[in-house]
Design a protein around this ligand. Structure first.
Ligand code: FES
Length: 105
């Protein structure tokens, strides 16, 4: 699936992500800056914070409760904030757009 990551300064990164990876892993593999992912995807660090584009909120689904509590550690959390290690890439998410926060943690 194609995923577009937009950095805080507006720089866009379009990557072709394999299904089954997480949105966090696809960013790391494609050297997209701005996602630290200190915990490696265990939903235990909140440094993979992204903002899901409004048009994609429904398809990316709801935050899990563990994710919800980890997000308390992220800065500038908004209604469309998610932890990118908790979003799995699939055909349904082809075209997904996420924005990166100014800083992680
Ligand atoms: Fe640590 Fe997502 S990588 S919470």
């Amino acid at each position: 699936a194609k995923i577009t990551y937009i950095e805080h300064d507006g720089t866009r990164h379009e990557v072709e992500a394999e299904n089954g990876l997480t949105v966090m892993e696809a960013a790391i593999r494609n050297m997209v800056p701005g996602i630290d992912a200190d915990c490696g995807g265990a939903c235990a660090c909140a440094t993979c914070h992204v903002y899901v584009d409004e048009a994609w909120l429904e398809k990316t689904g709801e935050r899990a409760s563990m994710e919800e509590s980890m997000l308390d550690f992220a800065s500038d959390v908004q209604d469309n904030s998610r932890l990118s290690c908790q979003i799995k890439v699939s055909d349904a998410l082809d075209g997904l757009v996420v924005r990166l926060p100014e800083q992680q943690g």
